[in-house]
Design a protein around this ligand. Structure first.
Ligand code: ADP
Length: 251
């Protein structure tokens, strides 16, 4: 617990600094983009010079994305929770990742069991969690494979708080055992063009929902990331609520 509090303090002060830096960088970045787009309009007759301005804009977009990711990691917004249909969340996340999925040789399977439980969560944040996991899974299968998303509900006993498992499984490269403990660290990456923020963001957003992320991986066989989310407390009986109060849901 102490370590978690310490981490939260560190993140809070980092968040403040990142917030200021992001603001200071975004202003000049806006000018770069503005002037690049003005040049682009003037360069209609010159495809080569025009393509340079497109490279400038792409680089600006990449920097802007990096800043957004840094902000999401260091200052995750308080989740704005509502009931969400799980099949809708999974479908929307696959749609958001479609541009990458369509270019890959990955087959997608969705297993929602009979009646997937609704989720009490922030839809935007949970979509980001799923998209990050889906994109990682696709990247782990450069030669194709199967991406399987499974949703299931679990309760070890009637006194336990039920939890929903959202599992994203791939048949890709797998993860070296020595890397497992560092996966969720910000900036940990094994990819040439990686930022190492994807899983750090997944971790921060899931933790903000009072949940946790589990990983199982077998080198050369594949990996499964499971997001474990507590089910909405109000759906439980008063009896069950009393018995789970010590764990509690953070609102
Ligand atoms: P990035 O994708 O920018 O590297 P992430 O935080 O999303 O950052 O991932 C960190 C690292 O975890 C990756 O570089 C990769 O080594 C490993 N990783 C994440 N997901 C998977 C996966 N599904 N299969 C294999 N390795 C993975």
């Amino acid at each position: 617990l102490e370590e978690r509090l310490h981490r939260r303090d560190r993140l809070a002060s980092m968040g403040e600094m990142v917030g200021r830096i992001a603001h200071e960088i975004r202003n000049p970045l806006g000018s770069v983009e503005l002037f690049a787009s003005m040049l682009r309009q003037d360069l209609e007759q010159d495809p080569i010079l025009r393509s340079y301005t497109e490279h400038i804009s792409l680089a600006v977009q990449a920097m802007d994305r990096l800043l957004s990711n840094l902000l999401t990691y260091t200052r995750p917004a308080k989740p704005n929770k509502a009931w969400q249909a799980t099949d809708g969340l999974v479908g929307e996340s696959l749609t958001l990742a479609a541009h990458v999925l369509n270019r890959s040789h990955v087959t997608t399977a969705v297993d929602l069991k009979e009646a997937p439980p609704n989720l009490w969560c922030d839809a935007m944040q949970m979509r980001q969690v799923l998209v990050n996991l889906i994109l990682n899974a696709v990247e782990a299968m450069p030669d194709g494979g199967t991406l399987t998303i499974t949703v299931s509900e679990h309760a070890r006993s009637s006194r336990d708080q039920p939890v929903v498992h959202l599992a994203v499984r791939d048949t890709g490269t797998g993860i070296e055992p020595t890397h497992l403990s560092r996966l969720f660290d910000p900036f940990f990456t094994t990819r040439e063009d990686g930022t190492g923020l994807g899983l750090a963001i997944v971790h921060a957003l899931v933790e903000g929902h009072g949940g946790r992320v589990e990983v199982e991986s077998e080198p050369k066989q594949g990996t499964v990331f499971t997001v474990v989310l507590p089910q909405e407390i109000r759906a439980l009986s008063a009896q069950a609520r009393r018995s789970i109060r010590p764990i509690g849901l953070r609102e």
